[in-house]
Design a binder for this molecule. Structure first.
Ligand SMILES: NC(=O)c1ccc[n+]([C@@H]2O[C@H](COP(=O)([O-])OP(=O)(O)OC[C@H]3O[C@@H](n4cnc5c(N)ncnc54)[C@H](OP(=O)(O)O)[C@@H]3O)[C@@H](O)[C@H]2O)c1
Length: 257
């Protein structure tokens, strides 16, 4: 298996934003791309874009919170073409930018971003561990380094994804299975389209996908970008909350500085 040119790739949430950009980044002659989302038209549109790049693309309408359906889909995909790379990408955020998430959205965010990632990673790892080969990328976020006002559940979900991925990687250091954690800053997508606050260093999805692809080829444990956002969240996490909470509250509640 080549980390630079995986031949069989499965991406959850491949129908939009970062997932779409990743599907297109890996699509090419001789590759099979399995991608999922909940909207049939969006999934098929991206599958068709992958086909125009020469890939065999197979879209699936499936909710990542459905553990049984996810296990069946991943097993079926792996039986067809043993998966070289699985990207647990599907995720959601606050639906009401600038105000707290609320009880219903909190539960939904945790179901999609935590259970959905678990439902993707466990069946993939089972297949990869058995043949001692494969790579799994977990899409966390810069938001996972520090709890953020108006994105509390989102930050918590991404912290879980980040630390879980780091642990899974450590367990497999001496095996042929790679696990990588990806923590992007702001990337253009339906998520950022809905945000009403300033998003410094907002990056195009295809640029983010290219950075992720390079990091996965190098087997970087953590792929965190852009570096300025990494530095900023590192500082935010290190400084006392009494200093940083008022700043974050002003910034993320959509109010001007
Ligand atoms: N954009 C950013 O600034 C940013 C930064 C850091 C991390 N991320 C992470 O990047 C990932 C991709 O997000 P994005 O920014 O590209 O947003 P997006 O454009 O909204 O894409 C999200 C994808 O996930 C799918 N999805 C959502 N809920 C799902 C569910 N229950 N079951 C199956 N698929 C589901 C969506 O498809 P359907 O809606 O059709 O189901 C879509 O394909 C997320 O994990 C997000 O947290 C994004």
């Amino acid at each position: 298996m080549s980390l630079s040119h995986p031949k069989s790739v499965l991406i959850t949430g491949g129908s939009s934003g970062l997932g779409r950009a990743l599907a297109l980044a890996f699509a090419g002659h001789g590759t099979t791309i399995h991608l999922s989302g909940r909207d049939a038209a969006r999934v098929e549109a991206v599958a068709e874009e992958c086909r125009t790049r020469g890939a065999d693309a197979l879209g699936r309408v499936i909710d990542v919170t459905d553990a049984e359906a996810m296990a069946a889909w991943i097993t079926e995909a792996d039986d067809k073409t043993p998966l070289d790379l699985v990207i647990a990408n599907a995720g959601i955020t606050n639906s009401t930018s600038g105000v707290p998430e609320g009880p219903e959205r909190t539960r939904r965010i945790l179901a999609v971003n935590v259970d959905g990632v678990v439902n993707t990673v466990l069946p993939s790892l089972a297949a990869m561990d058995a043949r001692d080969r494969g790579q799994i990328a977990l899409i966390a976020s810069i938001a996972g380094f520090r709890g953020l006002p108006t994105s509390s559940a989102y930050s918590a979900s991404k912290a879980m994804v980040k630390t879980w991925g780091e642990g899974l990687r450590g367990e497999r250091l001496k095996t042929g299975v790679r696990v990588n954690v990806v923590c992007p800053g702001w990337v253009e997508s339906r998520i950022t389209d809905a945000n009403t606050f300033d998003m410094p260093l907002l990056m195009a999805a295809d640029k983010a996908a290219a950075i992720i692809r390079r990091g996965l080829a190098r087997d970087d444990a953590r792929i965190v970008f852009p570096w300025q956002m990494h530095l900023a969240v590192w500082l935010l996490a290190a400084l006392p909350p009494a200093w940083t909470d008022p700043v974050l509250n002003r910034k993320l509640s959509g109010r001007k500085w």
